[in-house]
Design a protein around this ligand. Sequence first.
Ligand SMILES: CC(=O)N[C@@H](Cc1ccccc1Cl)C(=O)N1CC[C@@H]2C=C[C@H]3CC[C@@H](C(=O)N4CC[C@@H]5C=C[C@H]6CC[C@@H](C(=O)O)N6C(=O)[C@H]54)N3C(=O)[C@H]21
Length: 111
Amino acid sequence: MSEVPIVTGRANVMVYDETNRKWIPSGATQGLSKVQIYQHTQNHTFRVVGRKLQDHEVVINCAIMKGLKYNQATPTFHQWRDNRQVYGLNFANREDAEGFAQAMLTALDSL
Ligand SMILES: CC(=O)N[C@@H](Cc1ccccc1Cl)C(=O)N1CC[C@@H]2C=C[C@H]3CC[C@@H](C(=O)N4CC[C@@H]5C=C[C@H]6CC[C@@H](C(=O)O)N6C(=O)[C@H]54)N3C(=O)[C@H]21
């Protein structure tokens, strides 16, 4: 088993539309997704994968790069950027947000 999930939560996955200067839902429709951080056991890398609860559409699949700044803007809205875009996770509740943030920070510490 090369990739194992180290945390699972529920969030609305969003990306920031720089052109129109607004947050938009990632994927075809608005809605909650199951968001997970996967750890690749062989090469010790991590990535965020999110799938819509309703139809399993993959709405985020991004590597967690060393040095990533994870911004906990509010207790339930966390965000980060890569060289292409800004991602936002609007968590269903504080517990999911806290659990995800803890796993994210642990992963970043280990890179
Ligand atoms: C230096 C740097 O890159 N700075 C970034 C942040 C950052 C810092 C350090 C490392 C990485 C990153 Cl990413 C940055 O400033 N960015 C990233 C893009 C984001 C866009 C808009 C403005 C509008 C205000 C703020 C915002 O988004 N905020 C406030 C809480 C608020 C909570 C919920 C989400 C939910 C959808 C939207 C809404 O409510 O309708 N929304 C919000 O409206 C949410 N902001 C930001 O936050 C902006």
